[in-house]
Design a protein around this ligand. Structure first.
Ligand SMILES: [Zn+2]
Length: 164
């Protein structure tokens, strides 16, 4: 059984490759943008998830797949990763998947030249990595991310240590 978090992560990964979710009751396709905001799911994503949960996920499915979100949340399904592309993949817990990975109809996927879809948590870490690298490149690395106050206190403390 996939947890709601797993299903949300599953959708977020495929949204990043441009695969929309088809909503129940002919409410059309939905592709949130942006998907993440400040290290967590964006309002656009939450709105989309809300639209999915209106029917408890019944009749809502990622385009190109046959299992509904409700199926994925049922005990008969698990989320694993695709052997071909490493993306999250929903399969029946018992038996063989009837439909292939959603990557099956993406001729340009897997593509290792583009950034691999990521989770919200990773995006934050990646951002701070980038910021750190930018800081090193611009020679700001010697200025740590503390305020002037703390820097001042540190100086006073070292002066005091030197005296005693
Ligand atoms: Zn795949």
């Amino acid at each position: 059984m996939a947890s709601q978090e797993q299903v949300r992560d599953f959708l977020a990964h495929w949204f990043q490759l441009g695969k929309p979710i088809v909503l129940a009751e002919n409410r059309g396709e939905h592709l949130p943008s942006p998907i993440y905001h400040q290290g967590t799911y964006s309002q656009s994503f939450e709105d989309c998830w809300h639209n999915v949960m209106v029917t408890s996920g019944q009749g809502c499915y990622l385009k190109g797949t046959t299992q509904s979100v409700a199926d994925m949340l049922s005990p008969a399904w698990v989320v694993t990763s695709c052997a071909r592309c490493d993306m999250p993949l929903a399969i029946p817990e018992l038996g063989i998947a009837k439909s292939p990975c959603p990557c099956d109809d993406l001729s340009s996927w897997p593509n290792y030249d583009v950034p691999v879809p990521r989770t919200a948590v990773d995006s934050d870490r990646r951002l701070s990595d980038i910021q750190r690298r930018v800081n090193i490149a611009s020679g700001f690395d010697s200025v740590p991310s503390r305020g002037p106050y703390e820097a001042e206190e540190t100086r006073v403390f070292s002066a005091w240590r030197a005296r005693s």
